[in-house]
Design a protein around this ligand. Structure first.
Ligand SMILES: *[C@@H]1O[C@H](CO)[C@@H](O)[C@H](O)[C@H]1NC(C)=O
Ligand SMILES: *[C@@H]1O[C@H](CO)[C@@H](O)[C@H](O)[C@H]1NC(C)=O
Ligand SMILES: *[C@@H]1O[C@H](CO)[C@@H](O)[C@H](O)[C@H]1NC(C)=O
Ligand SMILES: *[C@@H]1O[C@H](CO)[C@@H](O)[C@H](O)[C@H]1NC(C)=O
Length: 478
């Protein structure tokens, strides 16, 4: 078996209302719509990126003493104009909101990298301890400083890491209508060798959209493992009308991008593929999950080996309903497959070789049905429902001790104690409680979580899939 899969049937697809207990939860309300959340695991400080605002909060979501909210917009701008905006040159400029596209903590350098949708997606650097203190901002550098997508609807993902040359930021973004065509790039976070901060660290360190007018990308996830960095995105092709999910891999130190390689990721069952990926997360599975997977599969996977869990969906035209599945892919097998394909590619270059996508085929492992439970309709219980009809945003983060979960709706952040789930002892109790936060039953008869990976499952179960707001979890696992 080339790949293995563990499909979870999702009982109720349309979780329009997710009821979450709030007995002991802290919360914070943003003035505007939130887009990113990050937690500094060394200090517990929480950072939020919202439309026109940035926030720095204590771990229990109180505004940081003596550090005000930061205003990032609105400013006069037009997507077609090159910053800095000169109103005599850019007559179409008008007051435009600044959507936060990237919010990345660099705890090593004690910096925070912020990119917004304004001014062609240029970025700034701020102090980690004081987000009000902007230490780098350059709006007159032109094309080389355009990092994020300037389209509020086009997702951008980023990752900060150390290369031999220094601190770098890998960026993946869809190609918006008035964007520069770049979808993947490596940006340096230092001034050196005549190159500025946020400039490409080498001229070839960039991938442009191959068919900018006939395809769009939706970046979902970026992560690093050993010497590689991986990007996962959906590609929507206009002609022929087709959606595919791609995993792209790049050697981190390869400034020429020769090692860049793309492969389709496919999740399917007997009735065919699920053609839209909503969320991906890479992690080492841990023993509990591994036991339940390997029961039925020959694949030998070590608890420390990374796997990708990806939530996919498709529209079932016959039933006129959305269906979703969780597929898991072993990163080792993905790498193997990429090597095989690359070999073939080199040997038969120019012959137009077609490759089958890397498929996680077939369905359930063993006879147990593992289910993701989404409360629908929401029931009020305990402390009551705290947000009705609110989608949960992608950035879900656990605190350093994995005792609390930070979760966002459109303009509210909550901090929820993870342990409360432990009050449910059986799978039935867990489901009957109608608590999506505790809705996960990983091993039969247990909703108790001892393994960080189990928590992740529950995070997935929190998602409001009707809005594609599926958690993209940002946690470092051991
Ligand atoms: C460009 O940046 C400078 C320095 O931060 C600032 O004073 C100026 O207002 C900016 N110009 C525009 C048009 O954004
Ligand atoms: C944070 O930085 C801002 C702007 O640089 C400054 O005005 C403020 O005093 C600083 N706050 C603290 C607590 O250092
Ligand atoms: C802002 O950060 C810089 C760099 O760390 C520091 O030198 C400066 O004193 C800070 N400014 C304020 C107002 O805190
Ligand atoms: C492709 O994805 C887009 C955006 O999610 C969706 O609107 C469209 O229906 C999908 N097309 C196909 C052929 O599945």
């Amino acid at each position: 078996m080339a790949a293995w899969i563990w499909v979870l049937s999702i009982l109720s697809y349309s979780c329009f209302t997710c009821a979450l207990r709030h007995k002991t939860s802290d919360s914070f309300t943003s003035k505007t719509e939130l887009s990113h959340l990050a937690v500094n695991h060394e200090t517990g400080t929480v950072y939020l990126g919202a439309m026109n605002f940035l926030y720095q909060l204590t771990k229990d979501l109180k505004p940081y003493p003596s550090i005000g909210d930061v205003t990032t917009g609105p400013h006069n701008d037009n997507k077609m104009c090159t910053p800095p905006i000169d109103e005599s040159q850019c007559t179409e400029a008008k007051l435009t909101d600044n959507y936060n596209k990237i919010l990345l903590l660099d705890t090593l350098e004690k910096k925070i990298v912020i990119c917004g949708s304004l001014f062609k997606g240029i970025c700034s650097i701020r102090e980690l301890e004081n987000i009000s203190n902007r230490t780098y901002y350059e709006n007159g550098s032109g094309e080389k400083s355009f990092v994020a997508s300037n389209d509020e609807n086009v997702a951008t993902v980023g990752l900060i890491t150390s290369l031999e040359k220094g601190r770098m930021m890998f960026v993946g973004k869809g190609n918006g209508v008035s964007d520069n065509g770049i979808i993947i790039s490596t940006r340096q976070l230092f001034n050196k060798e005549g190159r500025e901060i946020f400039e490409l660290y080498a001229d070839p360190a960039v991938i442009k959209s191959a068919y900018p007018s006939s395809s769009t990308q939706e970046f979902l996830y970026i992560f690093e493992d050993n010497r590689y960095v991986y990007f996962i995105f959906n590609e929507h092709l206009k002609q022929p009308l087709k959606n595919r999910t791609i995993i792209a891999r790049l050697c981190k130190e390869d400034e020429h991008y020769h090692s860049y390689f793309e492969m389709d990721l496919e999740c399917k069952d007997k009735s065919g593929p699920y053609n839209q990926c909503n969320a991906v997360y890479a992690a080492a599975p841990g023993q509990i999950l591994l036991d339940s997977i390997t029961l039925s599969r020959q694949d030998d996977i070590a608890p420390s080996e990374k796997i990708l869990i990806a939530l996919f969906q498709r529209i079932n035209k016959d039933k006129n309903s959305l269906e979703s599945a969780l597929c898991m892919f072993s990163l080792r097998q993905i790498n193997q497959k990429m090597e095989e394909k690359r070999e073939k590619c080199y040997k038969r270059s120019g012959l137009g070789v077609f490759y089958k996508p890397f498929v996680a085929d077939s369905v359930l492992c063993n006879s147990k049905t593992h289910q993701v439970f989404l409360a629908n309709p929401a029931k009020e219980y305990g402390g009551g429902v705290f947000e009705k009809n609110q989608a949960i945003k992608k950035d879900l983060v656990l605190d350093a001790l994995q005792e609390h979960l930070y979760l966002m709706t459109a303009n509210k952040v909550f901090r929820l104690p993870v342990q409360e789930c432990d009050i449910y002892y059986t799978c039935d109790q867990c489901i009957n409680a109608q608590d999506p936060y505790c809705g996960w039953c990983v091993t039969e008869g247990k909703s108790i979580v001892q393994d960080p990976f189990d928590k992740l499952y529950r995070l997935f179960s929190l998602a409001d899939q009707s809005n594609s707001q599926i958690p993209e979890v940002d946690i470092s696992w051991k």
